[in-house]
Write a protein that binds this ligand. Structure first.
Ligand code: DQA
Length: 174
């Protein structure tokens, strides 16, 4: 009687499954990342340029799209000035996105609700800030988001987003 090594059997099953995959099916090596920008970030470029620089939100989103192509990541970016909209997007991310990159803006320092939304969906989240929040006013030194994020990057301008995306992707592919 033919006896098959269980490891070989498993390998044959996996190969057969791979052969059945349609070329139209999405490539599972691509990740989906949700980028959330909080309040007032729509005004980047005009808003306190001495603190936040001259780059606009559109240019940051374009940078993330470019970086996403290199890293094989689909980026969906959303900005809102409303806490509830950001919370709804975090809930919607479940089953749609592999992780979230968020600049919660001033909600960083006030929003227990955004913190709870992140804790509820159990998706890996990286928190980013353009400015170094620890070199600024004392009320910016506390983040409600940091304890539920896998990490935080603060103070590198638009590079905070780029570095944050790399950190998230590295975490997801580890
Ligand atoms: C910010 C820092 C926050 O303190 C501030 O309220 C913002 C922007 C940043 O990216 O540096 O809106 O999140």
């Amino acid at each position: 009687m033919l006896s098959l090594n269980p490891n070989l059997f498993q390998f044959l099953l996996m190969t057969a499954a791979a052969d059945r995959e349609s070329p139209l099916e999405p490539d599972v090596s691509w990740l989906n990342v949700l980028v959330l920008h909080g309040p007032n970030l729509n005004l980047l470029g005009k808003r306190e340029p001495g603190v936040y620089g001259h780059e606009t939100l559109d240019s940051i989103d374009a940078l993330l799209d470019e970086e996403g192509q290199l890293l094989q990541v689909n980026i969906s970016a959303i900005q809102s000035n409303h806490e509830g909209v950001l919370i709804d997007e975090i809930h919607r991310a479940l089953g749609e996105h592999h992780g979230i990159l968020i600049n919660p803006g001033a909600y960083t320092h006030t929003s227990v609700a955004i913190r709870d939304a992140i804790a509820s969906v159990l998706l890996p989240v990286v928190e980013v800030h353009l400015s170094n929040i620890y070199r600024r006013e004392a009320f910016r030194h506390h983040s409600y988001i940091a304890p539920v994020a896998i990490g935080q990057i603060s103070g590198f301008g638009s590079d905070s987003y780029r570095l944050g995306l790399h950190a998230l992707v590295h975490y997801l592919r580890r």
